[in-house]
Ligand binder design. Structure first.
Ligand SMILES: [Zn+2]
Length: 225
């Protein structure tokens, strides 16, 4: 469909003339049509783009197929060592390897017990989502997800609060996991925002962070954290 859009855009600019073979309005195939290159070529020349159905006995197409097969069967020519791998494949493999290494490092890390409950793996989406928040929201969200925030349990560990109990239920210790996943006093609010009374810790980082921020604001914890 992108190919089709690309060709239509070119046709609108009247830099090229499009010739459609009846019955083949959909542009198929795996090769990307490079819009910029076509545009550059079209600015100096009159181009005619035509879709020729493959394997239909079209003389030129059959000849191109034969030459492609012949070329593919030949030994590679070029500086050694020759690595006939697409750049996208190399990039994807490196990213996959990095993800595996990161996951292993994160799993074996002895610290960050609470952060591991919320963040299971490297996520570009989560990073982008977080950096899209305002500074105050970023500080509070990171504090909650890592446990380093002004909740009673953490403050009492640092000797800055006498009580570690939850301000909402007065029954359990006030930790981020308790507030976000377990506190009975906030069960209804969690259900309203996340659709679950007792969501798992990782569900907060799988969902858009706006939901976590909404929960923080509705509990007014943003005023104390
Ligand atoms: Zn509670």
């Amino acid at each position: 469909m992108n190919h089709l859009k690309c060709l239509r855009k070119l046709a609108r600019q009247k830099e090229v003339e499009l010739v459609w073979v009846p019955g083949h309005m959909e542009i198929a195939g795996n090769k990307k049509i490079r819009f910029k290159e076509l545009q550059e070529l079209g600015s100096r020349n009159k181009l005619t783009l035509a879709w020729v159905p493959g394997h239909k006995g079209h003389k030129g197409n059959e000849e191109a197929d034969r030459l492609a097969r012949e070329g593919a069967g030949r030994a590679l020519i070029g500086p050694e060592p020759f690595c006939d791998i697409a750049k996208t494949h190399v990039r994807a493999s490196i990213n996959e390897w990095m993800d595996d290494k990161y996951r292993e490092w994160w799993r074996k890390l002895p610290q960050q017990r609470q952060a591991k409950m919320f963040i299971k793996e490297r996520s570009a989406r989560l990073t982008e989502d977080l950096l899209g928040q305002n500074r105050k929201a970023i500080r509070i969200i990171v504090g909650l997800l890592t446990g380093h925030c002004r909740l009673n349990k953490h403050m009492s560990l640092m000797g800055l609060a006498e009580e570690a109990t939850c301000r909402f239920c007065s029954e359990e210790e006030e930790t981020a996991v308790h507030i976000l996943c377990q506190c009975e006093g906030l069960a209804r609010l969690r259900f309203l925002i996340l659709g679950e009374e007792n969501p798992s810790a990782s569900s907060y980082t799988k969902a858009p962070l706006s939901r976590l921020w909404s929960l923080i604001q509705r509990t007014q914890l943003d005023r104390v954290l």
